[in-house]
Design a protein around this ligand. Structure first.
Ligand code: NDP
Ligand code: GDR
Length: 374
């Protein structure tokens, strides 16, 4: 029997509730998502709920609530007929919690999205980054392995959130057969997690897949990644709350897609007959400078009037050029991106203009300092 009713007592204020997900004819599939409070965790959870899954997310203890990205789909667990997303405290640095939640939740699919995911920050906190990104993935794989050994639940499927950063300085186009040459503690840790996943598949026959995802963005992107940092500034400059934007290397090229499209590819990988690794990318690359041109240009601003180069945003080693070859995912999974570069930029700018307008109301009413970003 499934006993996944253990839930935390997190009070989530002001949550707008989704309409209930469709009642499935069969018992709901159960997914366990680490990193559920992140950008991808929120889109994946929406997607899995729309497919009729029960979704359990691990969240880490924080002195502030860190559930902003999933508040709109949160339903109080006391409302047991409607609450199909459940949150539990856990951490990739805590092996015992991982095994305990697997034994309690009995998931059919496990999505390992949790990470210290900021490349520049990984140079500042390399040990911690390796502990969460590399050893954290190993802890979760080992928890899955021992859970299967103890329960015989060998149908369980595992997704590892791999990254195009693993390719590092290897020139594009990058596919599943391109050698890795990581350029940061984050990227080296993701390589380790990649190979742990391959090894657990080969050694123990676990259905484990690596998604090698190129950059994907959205209005929910963390505000210190370059795309969101730019679109937040566009909104605030347009509304008159900010004038300058400090950035680092504008010449790096990235293959930027929309996060909502990419989480579907994660799920598709776990629905195949055999576990495998897949590159997920738009196959189109743009420099940071091009992102500036399109985003500032879309609201009639010239980025050159506002951008100031600041040395502190340069990295000790940079990844210059990423452009994916996702033909395997397109052929085998039938996946392709729905949102292109211009549409992605527009979506992010539009949302951040609206956000800046709301901030302006608070500034004008004296509730917020114009310099202060909440
Ligand atoms: P985010 O940084 O938005 O989210 C990371 C998530 O991991 C958050 O929920 C965070 O919790 C959680 N987390 C961090 N440390 C721990 C820990 N020690 N234990 C448990 N949870 C933890 O990342 P994205 O959603 O953008 O990315 C999802 C995954 O995909 C990451 O692994 C990332 O490295 C990888 N990736 C992302 C790409 C992208 O372009 N977005 C591309 C390729 C790979 P909290 O909210 O409390 O901080
Ligand atoms: P990345 O994303 O390192 O590709 O990792 P990020 O947006 O941080 O950087 C992209 C490029 O922009 C340049 N850059 C700046 N970056 C930031 N963050 N801030 C700046 O001010 C700035 N100025 C220039 C960077 O040097 C870089 O070249 C993201 C993360 O989501 C990873 O977790 C994920 O694995 C990869 O994408 C794929």
């Amino acid at each position: 029997a499934r006993s996944g009713s253990t839930t935390t007592d997190i009070a989530v204020a002001n949550g707008k509730h989704h309409s209930p997900s469709p009642a499935p004819a069969q018992p709901r599939k159960i997914a366990l998502v680490t990193g559920i409070t992140g950008q991808d965790g929120s889109y994946l959870t929406e997607f899995l709920l729309s497919k009729g899954y029960e979704v359990h997310g691990l969240i880490r203890r924080s002195s502030n609530f860190n559930t902003q990205r999933i508040n709109h789909i949160y339903i109080d667990p006391h409302n047991s007929h409607k609450a199909h997303m459940k949150l539990h405290y856990g951490d990739l640095s805590d092996a015992s919690s991982l095994r305990r939640w697997l034994d309690t939740i009995l998931p059919d699919e496990v999505y390992n999205l949790a990470a210290q995911s900021h490349v520049a920050v990984s140079f500042e906190i390399p040990d911690y980054t390796a502990d969460v990104v590399a050893t954290g993935a190993l802890r979760l794989l080992e928890a899955v392995r021992s859970h299967i050994a103890a329960t015989g639940r060998s149908h369980i499927r595992y997704y590892q959130a791999g990254s195009s950063e693993m390719f590092g300085s290897t020139p594009p186009p990058q596919s599943e057969t391109t050698p890795f040459h990581p350029r940061s503690p984050y990227a080296a840790s993701k390589c380790a997690a990649h190979w742990y996943t391959v090894n657990y598949r080969e050694a123990y026959g676990i259905f484990a897949c690596n998604g090698i995802l190129f950059n994907h963005e959205s209005p929910r992107r963390g505000e210190n990644f370059v795309t969101r940092k730019i679109t937040r500034a566009v909104g605030r400059i347009k509304i008159g709350l900010q004038n300058k934007l400090f950035l680092g290397n504008l010449q790096a090229s990235r293959d930027w897609g929309f996060a909502g499209d990419y989480v579907e590819a994660m799920w598709m990988m776990l629905q195949q007959d055999k576990p495998d690794d897949y590159v997920v990318a738009t196959e189109e690359s743009h420099t940071v400078e091009e992102f500036l041109e399109v985003s500032f240009g879309s609201v009639g601003l010239n980025w050159k009037d506002h951008v100031v180069i600041d040395k502190r945003y340069f990295r000790p080693t940079e990844v210059d050029n990423l452009k994916g070859d996702s033909s395997k995912a397109r052929q085998v999974l039938g996946w392709k991106p729905k949102v292109g570069f211009e549409k992605l930029v527009k979506m992010m700018v539009d949302e951040d203009i609206e956000l800046a307008k709301r901030e302006k109301v608070l500034v004008d009413a004296g509730y917020m300092d114009a310099q202060q970003q909440p």
